[in-house]
Ligand binder design. Structure first.
Ligand SMILES: [Zn+2]
Length: 445
């Protein structure tokens, strides 16, 4: 018998290594010897991209089976130089030999048993990427998507995303970004886990009542995915710390803030630091998502030049919120952040997405950058941090207390007091920032 069924060698190669090999095959031991020689043969890996991504023999060139005919000359320019082919177990690398011969490469042999046998002998292999076997398994469903793949996954593992708030919006965003393998996640939150949070803030659980939200979030994220480095900031975002925090290498911000002073502060800082912000807000059954990409699209001040009067902007604590709503909106924020990190798709830059949980209706309005914007406009008037609490009317001297969890959608002066929700009021309340309300005002997409 001169031919061997390579499949019989799986997992048992060392025991069968003495089996005679075909005349067009060489054993891994001999292949290794020949590869160490001065005029070594060209070693060609004919496996698929995905197989190659797991590990390969050092010094080998990659030429998948399907590309042999079209690209062999690129990989092996000299037809007289000997070739050793290999695959996983030696079947395909042997089957391709007649094709090589037909192309003029007659001095070619296949390595019996393939890389499986090579590894069983303890010979060295290399991994082409930072993705070891564990990561290849963990992110396998990403690797199957052409728009992500190994490169995209590596990119995610190198991405730094800062979350403002580990509450309703920050919870799903943190969980999905961590699960996706975003390598570095920052969490800014000075709050502690309260019983009333648990209806929606899925980062936290009953046993964590009273604990720091940032620490609770860190524990949950690290348990979910040890690949993620979690950086916690147990402090409230302020004019004093925002430059330091944003200066620590964050590429994108996911805004899950529950109050207006923080949103305006974050906006100004992100414009000056040129960091895109994925914005989300929720109120009862309604949510909004958009992406503020400085100088490419509008900023928060382009959209909402003025905060609403505090009495017209009840927070979730005051107005309530359906528990699943932040799950929807925070997940959409994570989706936008991943797209930005991977540079794929069409992010919500200049588009305000509106969601109504009661009707299960998504719609969107176009938002344009305002050339007269005080923060990102052509002649900005706000060039340093202001007193954001005072600006939003929630300063210590103000009678208003809790800031709002929803986007400001202040009613016009002649129509005060309406706050049935976010969606119906947006076009009325921010005409300067929104696209002309041609019919319909909110163009469903
Ligand atoms: Zn602006």
């Amino acid at each position: 018998m001169t031919r061997r069924d390579c499949s019989q060698q799986r997992g048992g190669y060392p025991q069968t290594v003495a089996t005679p090999v075909g005349i067009d095959e060489i054993r891994p031991e001999e292949a290794r010897e020949r590869l160490d020689e001065n005029d070594a043969p060209v070693l060609i890996d004919v496996r698929t991209d995905r197989e190659r991504a797991t590990s390969y023999i050092p010094g080998s060139l990659h030429l998948p089976m399907a590309e042999v005919e079209s690209r062999l000359a690129d990989v092996a320019s000299d037809p007289n130089r000997p070739i050793i082919t290999y695959c996983a177990t030696g079947n395909r690398s042997r089957r391709i030999l007649p094709t090589l011969a037909a192309l003029g490469y007659e001095d070619a042999v296949s390595m019996a048993g393939g890389i499986v046998a090579w590894q069983a002998l303890g010979y060295p292999t290399e991994s082409p990427s930072a993705l070891d076997d564990e990561k290849l398994a963990r992110y396998s469903r990403h690797l199957l998507i052409p728009e992500v793949g190994i490169e995209g996954q590596q990119r995610l593992l190198e991405t730094s995303i800062l979350l403002i708030g580990a509450g309703g919006l920050g919870s799903p965003a943190a969980l999905y970004l961590a699960a996706a393998g975003v390598g570095r996640i920052g969490i800014v939150d000075d709050d502690r886990v309260d019983a009333s949070n648990l209806q929606r803030q899925v980062l936290h659980s009953t046993v964590e009542l009273g604990e720091s939200k940032a620490q609770s979030a860190r524990a949950t994220v690290e348990e979910l995915n040890p690949d993620v480095q979690v950086v916690t900031y147990e402090e409230r975002l302020t004019s004093e710390n925002v430059d330091r925090i944003l200066g620590e290498g964050w590429e994108f911000v996911v805004d899950g803030a529950d109050n207006f002073p923080t949103r305006y502060l974050l906006n100004d800082a992100s414009v000056w630091h040129d960091v895109p912000v994925v914005h989300g807000s929720i109120y009862r059954f309604e949510g909004q998502v958009t992406v503020f990409k400085p100088f490419t699209g509008p900023c928060y001040r382009c959209l909402f030049p003025q905060p609403p009067p505090p009495e017209l902007a009840p927070s979730c604590a005051e107005g309530g919120v359906l528990g699943v709503l932040p799950g929807v909106i925070g997940s959409l924020q994570a989706n936008e952040a991943l797209k930005l990190a991977l540079d794929i798709g069409e992010p919500l830059v200049g588009r305000l997405l509106l969601f109504d949980a009661l009707t299960t209706n998504f719609s969107e309005v176009t938002v344009r950058r305002n050339p007269n914007c005080p923060a990102c406009g052509d002649n900005p008037t706000i060039t340093e941090y202001i007193d954001y609490a005072e600006f939003c009317g929630v300063g210590p001297s103000s009678p208003a207390v809790a800031p709002a969890g929803r986007s400001p959608a202040p009613s016009p002066p002649d129509d005060p007091g309406r706050h049935e929700g976010l969606r119906g009021r947006v076009p009325n309340t921010v005409p300067s920032g929104l696209a002309p309300p041609s019919s319909p005002e909110e163009s469903p997409k």
